[in-house]
Design a protein around this ligand. Structure first.
Ligand SMILES: [Zn+2]
Ligand SMILES: [Zn+2]
Length: 322
């Protein structure tokens, strides 16, 4: 499925089979998760995609042509960080997620809304067994970025999750596994999401503009809504951290300094490192993380994006390719 220009529908398109370059592997895509970032790309909120573009950066598949780490037949995951330069000050200091010249899957390089994809072998991830490809795909961005965001909250016990979609439903399970208490914030009338959050162990679920029954030690914002930043600070205890986990967010309204005072921290989380991927994919089966998936055939990618945009999904949308 191909994006010709931002704002347009994806078009089913016959493309020539991609040919792996040196250092790349060829992957038969089995499933590809649909991420809010894909929506930001398709809607033109992220302004520098390769065009035309095959979106998709949560690829679960099988290696067709391997290299040094992967052999044909291995299960493999391809995440958002498709490649980093290895030379900039960020790459050289263990912060490849901040690389000055990265290549992102499904943005700077064709991604997984397709039958075949190529990937830089060093940045591909071995997949754990025990979960199907469709169930695994959401781990590769929603899970990974959520995991990185969770690490940024330190040992916060009372954790707020703003927006209870693909990422939060995975993070909630990991947080509960770690003994944290979870408070889920959704749109006031989104009873499906609130029920889903309570099923996964959140002890409270309610209106994102309202107050939880007690203050939080940290909050992670997955919903791309700038108003949530002061709202989260308002209910976060002294010394707590508010982590913005999305790649795009509406403007943050101004707010009184007293909301930040008391050593509260507002920070973003950007992309992922290979280490995040390896750590999280090792952790997920021990929780064990179960993903709630709405499955769409590849040719219905536009419907999946529409449902995500409209907030009609519970859990993660995944395109299945067969
Ligand atoms: Zn770099
Ligand atoms: Zn993503």
């Amino acid at each position: 499925m191909v994006l010709q220009a931002p704002g347009q529908r994806l078009e089913p398109t016959e493309l020539a089979d991609p040919v792996p370059a040196a250092g790349q592997i060829l992957v038969r895509v089995a499933a590809c998760g649909v991420c809010r970032t894909d929506l930001h790309i398709v809607d033109g909120e992220l302004s520098e995609p390769k065009l035309p573009l095959v979106p998709g950066h949560q690829i679960a598949g099988t290696v067709l042509e391997g290299g040094e780490r992967f052999a044909a037949g291995d299960r493999v995951g391809v995440p958002w960080l498709g490649e980093s330069c290895g030379r900039c000050r960020y790459c050289l200091s263990g912060r490849e997620n901040l690389c000055d010249n990265p290549v992102f899957t499904g943005y700077g390089r064709d991604g997984g809304y397709a039958e075949l994809a190529v990937a830089a072998e060093p940045f591909a991830l071995p997949l754990p067994s025990g979960l199907s490809d469709v169930e695994t795909a959401p781990l590769l961005c929603a899970g990974l970025i959520g995991y990185r965001a969770l690490r940024m909250t330190g040992d916060a016990e009372r954790l707020g999750l703003y927006g209870f979609g693909a990422a939060a439903h995975i993070v909630c399970q990991v947080a509960r596994h770690e003994g944290r208490r979870v408070f889920a914030f959704t749109r006031a009338d989104d009873e499906d999401a609130q029920r889903f959050a309570r099923e996964l162990g959140a002890e409270w679920a309610g209106d994102a503009a309202g107050a939880p029954p007690e203050e939080l030690d940290a909050a992670i914002l997955f919903a791309p809504v700038g108003e949530h930043v002061p709202a989260a600070l308002r209910v976060t205890a002294k010394g707590g951290t508010v982590v913005c986990a999305g790649i795009h967010m509406s403007d943050i309204p101004s707010f009184p300094y007293e909301l930040l005072w008391g050593e509260r921290i507002v920070r973003s989380v950007a992309n992922l490192t290979r280490r995040d991927g390896e750590e999280f994919l090792a952790l997920a089966p021990t929780v064990p993380v179960h993903t709630r998936v709405s499955e769409y055939p590849l040719e219905r990618a536009n419907d999946a994006l529409d449902d995500l945009r409209a907030g009609r999904l519970v859990g993660s949308a995944v395109l299945s390719v067969s």
